[in-house]
Design a binder for this molecule. Structure first.
Ligand SMILES: Nc1ncnc2c1ncn2[C@@H]1O[C@H](COP(=O)(O)OP(=O)(O)OP(=O)(O)O)[C@@H](O)[C@H]1O
Ligand SMILES: [Mg+2]
Length: 580
């Protein structure tokens, strides 16, 4: 089992690093610049140690010639080191934000392009966590990691070579801590991976909790749950702290072992250097060089070793990003045909559904079962049925948000037919059951679907949705600010804005999902009447629990509890049953 676990971990790490490398390849030049920077500063560091040795020897020997040369060399090297560090940190910021942004943009577009059914299953807080936290870790990993490996290895090799040149025993003393890393590497990789995964996951939970509770603050307050949520949040952050503390405990232990090793190594080197000086085999300058370089050597060795946790946390981040980018993108395969048919759809479209069955992923039972339905241009189809029977699901299928498990859904313009999919969304305008407004002005919300629409056109559409009076009565008019999720509007005003937005989109099929449920019957009558008048060839499919709506339908079907769609035979609607 242990063996298996390790193998699986290793396989994942390899898979994740392959993915990271595909990005490193893309930023070859940037990575190359970083490698060069790293190498150059390593050379500068080692060179200045060597120059100091000559300086000290020159002072002790009272040799003026070498004194001047080595003093100027030390000065020049130190100044260049400082300048170079400033330059490279300036370039680092510029490049790393560039790479971070590009990666973020790419992952954002992959996520929003993915099939809704798959990506919709993730909590939005968790998606945010991956898009922000994990992307930052990976982006800085992409440009920093490989160059660090190079520069740290070079520092190590150079200092080792210098020490080896003067004294072989000293070189091996400086490497005393190596066996510790070799023997414990497996355990270290596994443990660090476990902790870094746990930390990221807990971070996601905290983020999801805050996002969701702040979004539903109104509910929390109205149910008097404020204190309870404060406690829940505290508990969650406490758990996060526990995970972090465990990780930190491990880190502290690691650091302690490392520094103990470092002390042993340093004193061993120190003792050896003093002993050689005592014997008169080395100069004071060489001894200073030894001490300086042996600390560079141990430092570079432990910083090489500390790259391991970094490598693992980058790899964990990559794995978590891969999880949300692995879903197939919506193909938009029939885009051209759809565009062509849409141009010719002036006389309306036809919808033909046959043998349609659908179940949500992971569910045993079908929501819809062998549905057959044809809708002609100008038809207004009412869908009734008990809550949870599948009315909204049928609309989601028409919008290509979820795909049929079996059966066919077609859309026809004249004699030409196209399968309903993500490519045919332009044929539909949709008023969802829940609020889908964005924070911004009324005009901005409407222009999302029709960027070119003039103010007059917007007011005309708002009039059709009986929302013009409200907007006209506001001092800001069309610039009226909509709060998050339309919080500062009444439910009915919100529905009318959603209807106006759908009308503005001007598509051959309109899907109204309980779109007028919050309107009084007079306003509902006006709005529905206006929509029908606006384009008599338009298909309107509306779901409703209220009988008043059905008067505007040319046909009414009911979605049954076993997922069939049957002609509505005038049975009572559930709402009436309840009140009778
Ligand atoms: N994303 C989803 N994942 C899994 N199951 C879902 C999902 N959305 C809906 N369902 C399930 O599918 C069934 C049909 O839901 P749907 O929203 O289509 O009902 P509805 O007829 O529109 O109900 P209502 O009148 O209450 O709006 C329900 O049992 C629901 O639990
Ligand atoms: Mg519904």
């Amino acid at each position: 089992m242990k063996q298996y676990l390790n193998k699986r971990v290793l396989r994942n790490v390899i898979r994740e690093w392959k993915w990271i490398f595909s990005y490193i390849r893309r930023y070859k030049l940037t990575v190359f610049v970083y490698i060069f920077f790293g190498l150059f500063s390593s050379v500068l560091a080692v060179a200045s140690s060597v120059a100091s040795k000559f300086l000290i020897d020159a002072v002790i020997d009272k040799n003026r010639d070498t004194l001047y040369i080595s003093a100027s060399a030390v000065a020049v090297l130190l100044v260049s080191q400082t300048l170079f560090q400033a330059l490279s940190s300036r370039i680092t910021v510029a490049l790393s934000t560039k790479v971070g942004n590009e990666l973020r943009n790419e992952i954002y577009s992959t996520v929003v392009r993915a099939e809704w059914e798959k990506i919709g299953a993730f909590h939005s807080g968790e998606l945010l966590n991956r898009l922000e936290g994990d992307v930052s870790t990976v982006a800085s990993g992409i440009i920093n990691f490989i160059p660090s490996v190079f520069s740290k290895t070079l520092t190590f090799v150079l200092s080792f070579a210098v020490v080896l040149h003067y004294d072989a025993v000293m070189a091996f003393l400086a490497l005393l801590s190596a066996p510790f890393f070799v023997f414990s590497s497996r355990f270290l990789v596994k443990t660090i991976r476990k902790f870094s995964k746990q930390t990221r996951e807990m971070n996601g939970k905290v983020l999801s909790f805050s996002e969701e509770s702040l979004r539903n603050l109104q509910f929390i307050k109205s149910f008097d749950l404020v204190s309870r949520y404060i406690v829940l949040f505290k508990e969650l952050t406490e758990k996060y702290r526990e995970v972090r503390l465990k990780y930190e405990k491990f880190n502290i232990l690691m650091t302690m072992v490392l520094s103990l090793l470092g002390i042993v190594v340093s004193y061993a080197c120190y003792g050896w250097a003093v002993f050689r000086l005592w014997q008169g085999l080395i100069t004071v300058g060489t001894m200073t060089l030894f001490l300086q370089i042996s600390s560079t050597l141990t430092n570079s060795f432990s910083s090489l070793a500390s790259l391991a946790p970094l490598m693992i946390s980058i790899s964990t981040g990559a794995g978590r990003i891969m999880e949300i980018t692995r879903f197939k993108a919506e193909s938009d395969a029939d885009r051209d045909l759809a565009a062509e048919l849409l141009k010719r759809s002036g006389d309306g479209v036809r919808i033909d559904i046959s043998g349609l069955s659908f179940a949500y992923e992971g569910a045993d039972a079908n929501v819809l079962n062998g549905v057959g339905l044809s809708v002609r241009p100008g038809e207004r189809l009412g869908l009734v049925g008990r809550s949870g029977n599948g009315k909204t699901t049928l609309l989601k299928l028409l919008l290509g948000l979820v795909r049929p498990r079996s059966g066919e859904m077609k859309l026809s313009v004249g004699d030409d037919t196209i399968n309903i999919s993500d490519s045919t969304r332009r044929f539909f305008s949709y008023v969802p059951q829940e609020s889908t407004l964005f924070s911004g002005t009324v005009a901005q919300n409407l222009r999302i679907v029709a960027p070119e629409a003039t103010d007059e056109k917007l007011m005309e559409t708002l009039a059709l949705a009986c929302m013009d009076d409200f907007i006209a009565s506001q001092p800001e008019g069309l610039e009226y600010q909509v709060g998050e999720n339309g919080d500062n509007l009444s439910r009915g005003q919100l529905q009318r804005l959603l209807i106006a937005r759908a009308v503005l989109r001007n598509a051959p099929v309109m899907l109204l999902d309980e779109a007028t449920s919050a309107l009084d019957t007079d306003t509902e009558a006006k709005v529905l009447g206006n929509i029908i008048k606006d384009d008599p060839k338009k298909i309107i499919i509306l779901t409703a629990h209220r009988k008043s709506v059905l008067e505007y339908c040319t046909r009414v079907c009911s979605v049954t509890s076993d997922g069939r769609v049957e002609p509505f035979r005038g049975e009572q609607l559930p709402e009436e049953e309840a009140s009778s």
